[in-house]
Each structure stands twice: as C-alpha cells, then as structure tokens.
Ligand binder design. Structure first.
Ligand SMILES: O=C(O)CCC(=O)C(=O)O
Ligand SMILES: [Fe+2]
Length: 298
C-alpha cells in the first residue's frame, strides 16, 4: 500500500536515497512532452528508461505553454484568481479550494452549500488543457485547488500520494508565475526523480506515478512566488454515489464572482511587483497572525 498524504517521507531521506534521476530529453522541447515511459538521466550521466526501473516511473505527462495567450494571459488569470481570498494551508502555502470538503481521516466527504462551482478563469484553463492529451478523455474535474507557494516563508509540499479513496487516477496541475522542480520518490527502492516544471506548464499524473511514487516540492526548489492549480477527479466509486453526482454537477457551475474579495486584498496583492509588492510586506504580518489563529488545514 503506498504511503498516503499523512505519512510523508522526511526531507532527510532524500540524502539517503541510493539513486537520484533527472528527467532528460523531452522536457527541453517547447512542445508537449508525453512521458508515459520516459528517459531519465542518473547522477553519473547514464540514460535509463523510466519503464526499466524496479517500480516503473510511468504515467507522467508534461505540457508546455498551456496559456494560448502566453504571459499576458497567465498574468490576466493570476489577476482574476486574486479576486478570491486565500486561506492558510500547510508548509508556507496558501490555498483557494473549490470542491467537496473531505475528512481524510474518517474518509467522509461533503458538498458544502457555500460551494457554487469553479471560478470562470478555471473553466477556461481546464477546457484549454483537456485537448492536450488523450489520457484526459472523460476527465471531469470536481476540485480546483489553487496553491500559492511563498518563497519568503520557505514554502514547500511534503512528499505524498494524493488520497486514493476520494481522488481518481488523474491529477492535473498547472505551474504559474515561477518555474520549479517536481520531486518524485519511490520508497521501496529509494529512488528520486526530479522533473523541471517550467512556468506556464502543466503536468498530468496517472498510473504508476500516481500510486506507487510520492510527489512533492522541496523548499529549495521554490525560488519565487509560485501559484499551482490542481484539478482532481473523483474515484469511480465516489463519482457514482448520489453525493458524487451532486459534486460533479456543482463543479460545472461558474462560481459568482461576487463571492470573492476585491483585487486589492492585501495578501492577494503579493504576486505583483512594484508598489503592490510593498503592501505584501505589510500584509504578511496580518497573514501570519491569521495563520496562527486559524491553524492550517491542508
Ligand atoms: O504544487 C504542485 O504542483 C503540487 C500540488 C500537489 O501535489 C497537491 O496539491 O497534492
Ligand atoms: Fe499531490
């Protein structure tokens, strides 16, 4: 049984790993790379097929430049995203979560009355992404999670496997505002694979990589503010339940913008430069306080 989100590997284990591989070849190309059985480069330069590893590194796809309007469209999307309030999350991250609420320990799920669909920017982003891979055929997103990694606070994401009882096989993620590196870890043989995540790229995790490999982002790989958007689907069992059907219908709605906060939200202004960046400094104090008061929930 793979390790779940709650039992992540301590960072120190990376140093003990007997093998560390970099994804090679395809990711250099400015086109979508399909890496169902990708080539990896070991630390001593050897080229290894992901499929030949004891636990195959199989089921990762990477798509470059997922905003048809390039950087302008990315910035416009970020501005729209900023109209929604950020909630404190774990490990120096902030989140905006649109989807069903889960109690992961009790394995219970609810569809909150207050959840009225996905923001319109995310519907547009998702429809652009769905055409990028045959693997995404029939993908019905039920959760749209925005995460903001604050480099100044040492933001990171501990190694984990996204919950298997609730979320289906395919996890789709978009990287905005700065590049980073996705770290994958296979705990049985202690193998690490490091995958560069360019700005405006998207990844799709499914299959062996989804279940047998953990993934996460190390603090040292967050070198600037990074916003990650994750779209998840339900498992077939949950999707076919009454509650699953309600959640899937809800996810199709466009959440009324009036629910959100003004773009001038102090914390929300942090992703832009210049004058707005100064208000980030002031805002961070408020943000830290509310973090301590509320505690992080995810
Ligand atoms: O920041 C990312 O792209 C990864 C997010 C992630 O793994 C998660 O939310 O479960
Ligand atoms: Fe994850």
């Amino acid at each position: 049984m793979p390790k779940q989100r709650s039992s992540s590997v301590p960072a120190a284990e990376h140093e003990l790993s007997n093998m560390s591989l970099q994804l090679c070849g395809e990711q250099q190309r400015p086109v979508s790379a399909r890496m169902k059985s990708c080539w990896l480069r070991s630390e001593d330069g050897e080229r290894i097929s992901g499929a030949d590893l004891e636990v195959p590194f199989d089921g990762l796809e990477l798509f470059h430049e997922v905003f048809p309007g390039g950087e302008d469209m990315e910035m416009e999307t970020l501005a729209q995203l900023q109209a929604w309030p950020w909630q404190p999350s774990q490990s120096g991250r902030w989140k905006q979560d649109f989807g069903p609420k889960a109690n992961f320990k009790k394995q219970q799920v609810k569809v909150p009355e207050t959840w009225n669909g996905f923001p319109s920017w995310s519907h547009q982003l998702l429809s652009n992404l769905l055409g990028r891979s045959a693997t995404l055929r029939g993908f019905q997103a039920v959760e749209c999670l925005s995460l903001w990694y604050d480099a100044d606070r040492g933001a990171n994401h501990a190694l984990h496997v996204d919950d298997l009882w609730l979320w289906g096989d395919r996890i789709l993620g978009v990287s905005m505002q700065s590049a980073s590196v996705f770290t994958f870890y296979e705990p049985v043989n202690q193998v690490v694979v490091r995958v560069p995540l360019p700005r405006r790229s998207a990844y799709l995790i499914s299959g062996r990589v989804r279940v047998d490999w953990q993934h996460g982002l190390l603090a040292e790989d967050i070198s600037g503010p990074r916003v990650a958007i994750t779209f998840r689907e339900l498992t077939e069992a949950v999707a076919s339940s009454e509650l699953g059907q309600v959640a899937l219908e809800r996810a199709k709605l466009v959440a009324p913008a009036s629910q959100g906060h003004s773009c001038r939200t102090v914390v929300g202004a942090t992703m832009f430069s210049g004058r707005r960046h100064r208000s980030l400094r002031a805002g961070q104090k408020t943000a830290r306080r509310s973090w301590r008061q509320k505690g992080a929930s995810r």
